[in-house]
Design a binder for this molecule. Structure first.
Ligand SMILES: [Zn+2]
Length: 431
C-alpha cells in the first residue's frame, strides 16, 4: 500500500499559535495549568478540532481526551499517538503541544492522502503531564497504566488545599476514576512526537531522534530535624545543625551519582527548605528534595540506596533526626521493537536522517510503555531550551516530525504481529 500523507503545514503552525494564546501569561510565556481557565479553553479548542476531523471523542474522569479515527477492524487494539498540552508557569509553546497538534495533523494528513486505517488510530490528549498543580507528573498516563489508582488520585491536593476530586468535578469531569485505567492490550502501540528538550539533535544536525529508551526517574524527600538556637550563644560542641547535615547529604548525592560508573546516572538536590532560615539562628529543620535518574534501573536504585544509607550515617553521627520519603520511583522504559522498526523504516522511506537516542526527561510515554509497545519521535529545539518562553522549534522540523509520525502510524495500523510485552514492576525499598 502506498501511503502519501498530505500535510497542511500552514494550518498546523497556525493551530500551534492559537493554542499558545490559551495562557495565564502573555506570549511568548505560556502558563497552562490543569483545570484552570486556559486549560479548559484549550480543551474546548482541541476537542473542536478533533471533531472537525471526524474523530469520535471519549473523555475519562481525569480529563484525558481520546479522539479516534475508526479503522476497518474497529475491535482490534488501536494505534495511539498524542502528548500533553499543559504548560508549567512561564513555559514555551512547543513542549507537548507539538505532539498534540502534530498527532492530529498526522491523522488529517493521512485522511487527505486517502489512507484507510485497518487498526483504528487514536489521538490521546493527556491530562497534566506537568506536576505543577498536584505535585506529580504524568497524572493522566500514570492513571491509564494503573500505576496511580483511584484512591491515590483522591488524596491529591493542590497548594490551596483543593482536592483533585473537587476541581475535576468542577471542570465537568465526573466519570468514576475507577474507569480511567485501561484494560490490558487496549492499545496496539503508542508513538509520541515531542521536542527533544536537549541540544543533541541540533548539535549533530540530525532532524529526527528515534527514542530507544526513557530514563527512569525517582524523587526522594529528606526531612532533617536538629536543634535550633541563638547563633551567638549555642557553642559549637553543642550544635545539632540540620543544615550542616543537609550539606553533607547534598554532596553525597552528587558523589554517588558521579561514582556510579556511568555518565547516564544523574542526581540533583533541587530543593532545600531551611527553618527558620534566619542569619542569627541555628537551622533546626531542613527539607530536601532529590531527583535521581538513570537508564539502568538497578544502577539508579543502587544510588538511591546509597543516598538513604548516607542520610542514616550523617543523621546518626550528627545526632540529627531524619526521615526519607520516596515520592516516586519509576522503572525506565525500553521502546517496543515493532514500533521502533516502523519508525526507523518510515525515516528510511522519507529519506530522513535519524539518530537513536535516550530520553533523559520523562514523558507520558514512560507510562504508556507499561501498557503498549511505545517509542517517541524527537525533533530538534533551539539551543536545547525548554520550559522557558524562548523555547522554539523551526517549522520545517515540526512538519518533518509530523510527516514521519504519519508514516509510522499508517504502518502500525497495518502491522500484524504483536510483540511480547514485558511488565517491569517498580521496586519497593520498604520491604
Ligand atoms: Zn512534554
Amino acid at each position: 500500500m502506498i501511503v502519501k500523507p498530505l500535510l497542511d503545514a500552514e494550518r498546523l503552525l497556525e493551530e500551534l499559535d492559537t493554542l499558545a494564546s490559551y495562557s495565564d501569561t502573555p506570549k511568548p510565556a505560556i502558563t497552562r495549568v490543569i483545570f484552570t481557565k486556559p486549560d479548559l479553553e484549550a480543551r474546548a479548542y482541541l476537542g473542536g478540532l478533533c471533531q472537525e476531523a471526524g474523530l469520535s471523542i471519549r473523555q475519562d474522569g481525569l480529563g484525558n481526551i481520546f479522539a479516534r479515527w475508526e479503522g476497518s477492524e474497529p475491535d482490534a487494539p488501536a494505534v495511539a499517538t498524542g502528548s500533553h498540552y499543559d504548560a508549567i508557569p512561564y513555559a514555551g509553546a512547543y513542549d507537548g503541544t507539538v505532539g498534540v497538534l502534530g498527532g492530529l495533523e498526522a491523522i488529517r494528513a493521512l485522511q487527505r492522502g486517502g489512507f484507510r486505517p485497518k487498526r483504528s488510530i487514536e489521538l490521546i490528549l493527556f491530562t497534566s503531564e506537568e506536576p505543577t498543580r498536584f505535585g506529580m507528573g504524568c497524572l493522566g498516563s500514570r492513571a491509564m497504566a494503573g500505576v496511580l489508582g483511584p484512591d491515590n488520585l483522591r488524596q491529591l491536593t493542590d497548594a490551596e488545599g483543593r482536592t483533585l476530586e473537587e476541581v475535576r468535578q468542577e471542570a465537568g469531569y465526573g466519570a468514576p476514576l475507577e474507569e480511567v485505567v485501561l484494560p490490558e492490550g487496549f492499545y496496539h502501540s503508542f508513538v509520541e512526537l515531542h521536542i527533544e528538550q536537549g541540544p543533541i539533535l541540533e548539535q549533530d544536525h540530525v532532524p529526527i531522534g528515534v527514542v530507544t529508551a526513557i530514563a527512569a526517574p525517582a524523587a526522594l524527600r529528606v526531612t532533617l530535624e536538629g536543634k535550633g538556637g541563638h547563633a551567638g550563644t549555642v557553642l559549637m560542641p553543642d550544635r545539632r545543625d540540620a543544615l550542616c547535615a543537609a550539606a553533607e547529604i547534598i554532596l553525597g548525592v552528587e558523589a554517588f551519582a558521579k561514582n556510579s560508573g556511568s555518565i547516564n546516572t544523574v542526581a540533583t538536590t533541587g530543593f532545600c527548605e531551611v527553618y527558620p532560615n534566619a542569619v542569627n539562628s541555628v537551622p533546626s529543620k531542613v527539607r530536601l528534595e532529590i531527583d535521581v535518574r538513570d537508564v539502568e534501573q538497578a544502577r539508579r536504585d543502587g544510588v538511591i540506596r546509597s543516598i538513604i544509607q548516607g542520610v542514616e550515617q550523617v543523621g546518626t553521627r550528627r545526632e540529627v533526626g531524619y526521615n526519607v520519603q520516596i515520592i516516586n520511583i519509576d522503572p525506565p522504559a525500553k521502546a517496543g521493537s515493532e514500533v521502533l522498526k516502523a519508525l526507523v523504516s518510515s525515516c528510511g522511506e522519507a529519506g530522513v536522517k535519524f539518530k537513536p537516542m535516550v530520553s533523559r526527561a520523562y514523558h507520558d510515554s514512560l507510562f504508556m510503555a507499561r501498557i503498549a509497545p511505545t517509542t517517541m519521535v524527537f525533533i530538534p529545539c533551539r539551543d536545547g531550551v525548554s520550559h522557558r518562553p524562548d523555547e522554539y522549534a523551526v517549522p520545517e522540523d515540526i512538519v518533518r516530525g509530523t510527516y514521519i509520525l504519519a508514516l509510522t502510524l499508517a504502518k502500525l495500523s497495518y502491522a500484524d504481529e504483536k510483540p511480547p510485552q514485558v511488565k517491569d514492576e517498580p521496586m519497593t525499598l520498604n520491604d
